[in-house]
Write a protein that binds this ligand. Structure first.
Ligand SMILES: [Zn+2]
Ligand SMILES: [Zn+2]
Length: 186
């Protein structure tokens, strides 16, 4: 028995957002491995910190944040494996802001399953444009960008990942059925 029967089809979504807000990027990039996703996030962070040159000290040395170090550290870990599935989030301040009203930024890597491997017949993973026409690619939550689907059982949209936090549009409902029942048995 293998712990990751769908490993080959799992891809990884990299998002940056302000807590409580939708992602900065409407079409966040998708990567084949968590390392690539974290490396991209680290790159974005470094660029933002480079742009916020006001933070440079007098010597002109760039003082990169612990947030960047953390992202780079995660990009160096081989995943997914038995110890870590490669997903998670890192929160840091906003480069160039850092004021008391700064909500900060959340850098997040989410596993994105190919809907073709969804084993639940009560799910509809079809993506639609605003006119209701089916389009290519998996359905994504209109608020948080996480992969989502229509669940017949609860008559509502649900995030594909049953452990995904509730967002503005989608709340995990009791009675919702997972895409991969074998994954949620603990
Ligand atoms: Zn959502
Ligand atoms: Zn499903």
């Amino acid at each position: 028995m293998t712990a990751h029967p769908h490993r080959q089809t799992t891809r990884f979504l990299a998002t940056i957002h302000t807590p409580g807000c939708r992602p900065v990027d409407d079409d966040p990039p998708v990567f084949d491995t968590p390392q690539q996703a974290w490396a991209w996030l680290a790159e974005q962070r470094q660029q933002a910190e480079d742009d916020a040159v006001v933070l440079l000290d007098d010597e002109g040395d760039t003082c990169y944040s612990t947030t960047l170090q953390e992202l780079a550290g995660l990009a160096a870990i081989s995943a997914p494996d038995a110890a870590w599935d490669g997903t998670g989030s890192v929160r840091g301040d906003t480069p160039g802001d850092g004021g008391s009203h700064d909500l900060g930024l959340v850098y997040e890597v989410t596993a994105l399953d190919d809907p073709a491997v969804c084993a639940n017949p009560g799910h509809d993973h079809t993506a639609h444009d605003t006119t209701g026409t089916a389009i290519d690619g998996p359905h994504r939550c209109g608020h948080c960008g996480r992969p989502a689907h229509w669940d017949e059982q609860v008559d509502d949209y649900q995030h594909d990942d049953p452990t995904a936090p509730d967002c503005f549009l989608i709340r995990r409902l009791p009675g919702a059925t997972p895409c991969h029942p074998e994954r949620t048995t603990h």
